[in-house]
Ligand binder design. Structure first.
Ligand code: FUL
Ligand code: CA
Length: 627
């Protein structure tokens, strides 16, 4: 039968309509979330805090030989940081208690490379404790990142380190109260300090013995979501977005692509999109001008949360221990935009009609528009592609559609469409695929109507839909391409003097899409160089390197040398070193000078390739003094 009821009648209607019978809910379909995963999927949005020795060395990946004395924030206040996150609408935060450099931000017994060796608070500080207390006071959840890869530990790649690593996990999960998520990063770069050995170490398969780790965590904190090793997965980019169509499930035998998930997979393992509000994960003051703007964050929201993944947004403190001003502004304005967008749901108060499972009003389509994720609409077995109609209280203008499935019964829907009543007929305004815990659609332009129809077009079992909302996007500033720092010096008069191979001009054409590579008639292996003439003297305060942006890592160079010359004959080495984390996050790298140097010629040399055996660069640039 078809019911026509105003939304507000809701459950009370059942008692005044005695002919309606009580029905069984549909049986669960396929894999379903564990309660800890369901609770986690509802958290939606939380912070990420990368803080540690890299904050002082201005690097993304420490080598492991950094002096713990460097860690000395002058005005660290965990509470102030957590308050910013709370004001931003976040539900929690994850702290890098140990990054790849091995430095532990808590007084661990497992290694001497820890906070007790820092002058901060006379060696009696504990950053994990301070964040745990602050989160508790402010009502946010605390998560912890403990890097498996440890470039400091002398026993890394041997049994001794595995014990220490497991013990580190035990410490952070035992001594600081509830931890909602533990993060196990997959990076294993190979080389490092390793107690002075300074070598490359390879680890055998299953080296970290995550099976044991999971077992231990379940005993200490059964509600803790294990990211990267069990309960939740990487969304496949460090840009925050996940792919669409998007599945919460994976294949228990073969895994699958984390960005898309596996359709109707047998293992529930929802995705998290991770991204930094800055270019890098650690705070580099030079990146103050490149903080992601609210419009960019909104785009990320649609491409992450709007596809069914959780968003973890990194907002790293500086050396004072503060979240920097541009970051706070962006977070605040982004929150305002979201609040404005979701303040009015035009389906509220509307009249909803559609088929109901066994005429039981618990399964009424009214549940679509009650803004309650715990109620849902479903139909009789076999009615897999039903339609529901909503008559709005008055004509409304909207351009955002929000849908959500009752995921406790599994992820089902593979196709849906939304129609609007326009000029006396139904017109399809959107056709989509998956829904999952949440699907947000932005229409190409606003629609004005007072009648909307939702059609499920493909589902292997009866759909169970919890939410359907319509909203209007507030005015949004244009997204500007921030791939290249706007401080880069003008290159229009630059010329290539020479290159050992390849089309080096592509690295100074200002176009992030074109790149120099030395894969010409076979691979020209590193080292490979190119020399640039600035056409005048520049006072160089930093170099920039933009890795190729075409999603391949061939020739991406993670070891570099920059040399400068006044006359093209006598050269000085300006900087030589390593770009950390290029593989996962190929953003523009900035190499600052200790003191600015005046020069007319620049030679860039790629010393090592991430993949294959040649050198590539999308852009080489210079930041001048005072810029
Ligand atoms: C990556 C790490 O290598 C980065 O440094 C950062 O911690 C990011 C969240 O994960 O894979
Ligand atoms: Ca280029």
């Amino acid at each position: 039968m078809i019911v026509r009821l105003p939304v507000l009648l809701g459950a009370a209607a059942a008692s005044v309509l005695p002919f309606l019978s009580a029905a069984e809910p549909p049986p669960a379909y396929g894999a379903t979330p564990h309660p800890r995963q369901l609770a986690w999927q509802r958290l939606e949005y939380y912070g990420f805090v990368h803080f540690g020795l890299n904050t002082w060395t201005d690097r993304e990946w420490g080598y492991g030989d950094e002096d713990p004395k460097l860690f000395n924030p002058t005005d660290f206040d965990a509470r102030a940081i957590v308050r910013h996150f709370k004001a931003a609408g976040m539900t929690g935060m994850v702290l890098t208690a140990k990054h790849h450099d091995g430095f532990c931000l808590w007084p661990t017994k497992t290694t001497a490379h820890n906070i007790t060796k820092s002058p901060w608070k006379g060696g009696r500080g504990d950053v994990v404790r301070e964040f745990a207390d602050a989160c508790k006071t402010e009502g946010l959840k605390l998560g912890i990142y403990v890097s498996p890869w440890d470039r400091n530990h002398s026993e890394y790649a041997r049994e001794g380190y595995v014990k220490a690593f497991h013990e580190q996990i035990r410490e952070v999960l035992t001594n600081y109260g509830p931890v909602f998520e533990i993060w196990f990063d997959g990076a294993n770069g190979g080389d490092g300090y390793y107690g002075g050995a300074k070598e490359t170490r390879k680890i055998p398969a299953d080296y970290y013995r995550f099976g044991e780790v999971v077992e231990m965590i379940r005993k200490i904190q059964p509600n803790c979501v294990i990211w990267g090793a069990a309960d939740a997965r990487w969304g496949g980019s460090e840009q925050g977005h996940v792919a669409y169509p998007h599945w919460h499930t994976m294949d228990s035998q073969r895994g699958g692509n984390g960005a898309t998930g596996v359709p109707h997979g047998d293992k529930w393992q929802p995705a998290e999109g991770d991204v930094s509000i800055r270019n890098g994960w650690f705070c580099h003051e030079r990146e103050d001008g490149a903080v992601k703007q609210p419009a960019t964050l909104m785009q990320i929201w649609f491409d992450c949360v709007g596809r069914g993944a959780n968003l973890i947004l990194n907002v790293p403190p500086d050396r004072a221990g503060h979240i920097r001003e541009p970051d706070v502004r962006s977070l605040t304005d982004f929150r305002k935009l979201r609040d404005t967008l979701f303040a009015t749901d035009f389906t509220r108060g509307g009249q909803v009609s559609g088929p109901v499972r066994a005429n039981d009003l618990r399964f009424s389509p009214v549940n679509l528009a009650d803004n309650n994720p715990d109620t849902y609409w479903t139909t009789d077995d076999g009615t897999n592609t039903p339609e529901a109609e909503i008559r709005l209280t008055k004509p409304a203008e909207f351009d955002v559609i929000r849908l959500g499935e009752e995921i406790r019964l599994g992820q089902r829907i593979e196709g849906f469409a939304v129609d609007a009543w326009l000029d006396g007929g139904w017109r399809e305004i959107h056709a989509g695929q998956t829904v999952g815990v949440q699907r947000l659609v932005r229409l190409p332009q606003p629609v004005v109507t007072d009648r909307v129809r939702l059609r499920v077009t493909k589902s292997p079992a009866v759909p169970c839909l919890a939410e359907f909302g319509l909203y209007l996007m507030p005015p949004m500033p244009k997204i500007t391409d921030a791939r290249l720092s706007k401080d880069n010096a003008d290159k229009s008069r630059w010329k290539i003097v020479s290159a050992t191979a390849g089309n080096a001009a592509a690295a100074i054409d200002g176009n992030p899409e074109t790149f120099w590579h030395t894969h010409t008639g076979g691979e020209q292996h590193p080292p490979q160089s190119m020399t640039i003439d600035f056409d005048r003297d520049l006072t160089v305060s930093a170099f920039t390197y933009l890795p190729r942006q075409d999603r391949t890592r061939h020739g991406m160079t993670d070891r570099y040398r920059f040399e400068l010359s006044r006359d093209g004959e006598k050269w000085i080495t300006f900087a030589e070193g390593e770009f950390g984390n290029l593989r996962a996050n190929p953003v523009e790298q900035i190499v600052p000078a200790k003191t600015p140097v005046s020069a007319r010629y620049l030679r860039f040399t790629g010393l090592r390739a991430l993949e294959l055996n040649h050198v590539s660069a999308a852009e080489i640039g210079v930041i001048e003094r005072g810029k």
